[in-house]
Write a protein that binds this ligand. Structure first.
Ligand SMILES: [Zn+2]
Length: 122
């Protein structure tokens, strides 16, 4: 299911939230190492690790949902973490709420860390 359809199914497609999410830029970065993705709530930017996700294309929807859940969490609550509100959003989007992606990053010559969140209140 497409992420947008998941938002509708999760009851998260309000006009204001939709406008916010439509303003989000998705950047594919070749410079990221261990993180699969990052979300900047204030800058309306999701950055995805292009090298990692090229090797794990099947994980793109999950990683995108992870970051979108942070954006929605931040939009609704001013900030986001991997706490209960984010976990609930991941569930509503249809994904398991995992902080760590668990993908092999050894070929990227970096530590296998999960995710960093640029957590700035708007
Ligand atoms: Zn996260």
């Amino acid at each position: 299911m497409e992420t947008h359809q998941r938002l509708i199914a999760a009851g998260l497609a309000s006009p204001n939230l939709r406008e916010y999410l439509n303003s989000v830029r998705i950047i594919l970065s070749n410079r990221m190492r261990g993180c699969a993705g990052t979300a900047s709530i204030r800058k309306h930017v999701v950055r995805l690790n292009a090298r990692l996700l090229t090797e794990h294309r099947d994980r793109v929807p999950e990683v995108l949902a992870h970051e979108v859940a942070h954006l929605i969490d931040g939009y609704l609550h001013g900030r986001s973490s991997h706490g209960p509100q984010w976990k609930e959003l991941m569930g509503r989007l249809g994904f398991e709420a995992k902080r760590c992606h668990g993908m092999d990053t050894s070929r990227l010559k970096c530590k296998s860390v999960a995710h960093s969140l640029i957590n700035t209140a708007s």
